[in-house]
Design a protein around this ligand. Structure first.
Ligand code: FAD
Length: 287
């Protein structure tokens, strides 16, 4: 089923993100994670692409597994930075062969450790246009947005680029992690004024590990509210306590977003299904 149709038929969706196997996480572990996540009956599970370089090939395979064995709709992420059209063509064919109907179309990040060969795409918008040009309405396409702005651009320009991206033919938007809901509310107001009316999905990352969050803050432009800072200060050195505090924080964040009429919650599971499961339990009453 196309994600566009899911958003048309439901007033609230919940979904998860997983990443493919890498040097640290094996395929079996990813499959076990999917088996637990699918019991939560999410509206879809998305699979990241390209992080870690050689994991690209596995995205389609895992997206297929989610649909065929877990019985859950799937979204395959696809990045275009440094890619030639032929590579994108191959992935699109592969997606079609595997009956995957949904793509999260992204630019991708510039690698920090090597020069990138020039590709055929500069921005996510170019990829979105290309998919529509090659495949018409075959895929439902989503894209990324940044409630605190994308770190490479100023906020106003980023809004302008987001509008261009949505106008290229996007059915839904998933946000980068944000830890302070106020940024989401004011961003949503701005999008309304710009008449960006596609469903806005909140990307929620449970902060269950102090080291991990430091890295994420470095990579993104995400502010840490005082309340979370205090939790990190108090529980950051104790893995078990931090996990519990992080689950509580993410659950409260979601419950508040639901009260403010959010259309979709997308949990960045980091392939830790038990954390997503706990959050789902906490928010059950509010859904
Ligand atoms: P774009 O929308 O192309 O924007 C990138 C930058 O270019 C922005 O600063 C924008 O303002 C600017 N820009 C856009 N158009 C123009 C223009 N015409 N002229 C000048 N500047 C312009 N990365 C992965 O590698 N794999 C993944 O699976 C993955 N999944 C993600 C999922 C989500 C929900 C999110 C939020 C991010 C994900 N990322 C992933 C990270 C993403 O690739 C990076 O955040 C990347 O830096 C930007 O991607 P984008 O698609 O938002 O780019």
């Amino acid at each position: 089923m196309k994600i566009a149709d899911i958003y048309k038929s439901k007033s609230l969706t919940t979904s998860f993100e997983v990443f493919p196997p890498n040097e640290k996480v094996g395929l079996e572990e990813v499959y076990n994670c999917l088996d637990v996540l699918s019991l939560e009956k999410p509206d879809y599970i998305s699979v990241t692409y390209g992080a870690g370089g050689n994991t690209k090939g596995r995205t389609v395979e895992i997206a297929n597994r989610i649909k065929s064995q877990n019985g859950v709709e799937s979204v395959a992420h696809l990045t275009c930075i440094g890619a030639k059209k032929e590579e994108i063509d191959r992935v699109l064919e592969d997606l079609e062969r595997n009956n995957i109907e949904n793509i999260l179309a992204l630019r991708g990040d510039y690698p920090v450790d090597r020069e990138l060969e020039p590709g055929d795409f500069n921005y996510a918008k170019d990829l979105i246009n290309y998919i529509h040009e090659k495949k018409g309405d075959k895929f439902s396409i989503g894209a990324a947005y940044y409630v605190e702005g994308h770190r490479e651009t100023n906020d106003l320009l980023d809004l302008f680029h987001l509008k261009e991206k949505v106008d290229a033919g996007v059915d839904f938007l998933i946000s980068q992690i944000f830890l302070d809901n106020e940024f989401f509310y004011s961003f949503r107001d701005k999008l309304e004024k710009l008449q960006i009316n596609v469903p806005l999905v909140a990307g929620i990352m449970p902060v269950t590990n102090a080291k991990q969050i430091k890295r994420i803050i470095e990579l993104s432009k995400c502010s840490v509210p005082h309340k979370l800072d205090k939790l990190l200060e108090k529980y950051g050195d104790n893995l078990e306590s931090m996990k519990k505090a992080g689950i509580m924080y993410a659950s409260e964040q979601i419950i508040e977003l639901l009260a403010y009429g959010i259309k979709g919650i997308h949990i960045y599971t980091m392939n830790k299904p038990e954390i997503a499961k706990e959050i789902m339990k906490n928010i059950e009453f509010a859904r």
